[in-house]
Write a protein that binds this ligand. Structure first.
Ligand code: 9UX
Length: 69
């Protein structure tokens, strides 16, 4: 299991963070995701054989937020 932490830009309320957390948890290969507003981040545990950080970044963007550099 690998772990990645993204800075997430554009979340305004707990609805946003909850929506993103559910979307990340639904991605095949993701075993756990914790999304918080403060700090604005997503901490994701995932199986490297099934999903990549770039694909997970795409999920964040699909939900409508941006991954900060
Ligand atoms: Mo809160 Mo976010 O009212 O996508 S759910 S702003």
């Amino acid at each position: 299991t690998a772990s990645v932490t993204f800075k997430v830009e554009g979340m305004s309320c707990t609805g946003c963070s909850g929506k993103l957390q559910k979307a990340l948890e639904a991605v095949p290969g993701v075993s756990a995701a914790e999304v918080t507003l403060e700090p604005a981040q997503a901490v994701i545990q995932y199986d490297e054989a099934k999903v990549s950080p770039s694909a997970l970044k795409g999920t964040v963007e699909d939900v409508g937020f941006d991954v900060g550099g």
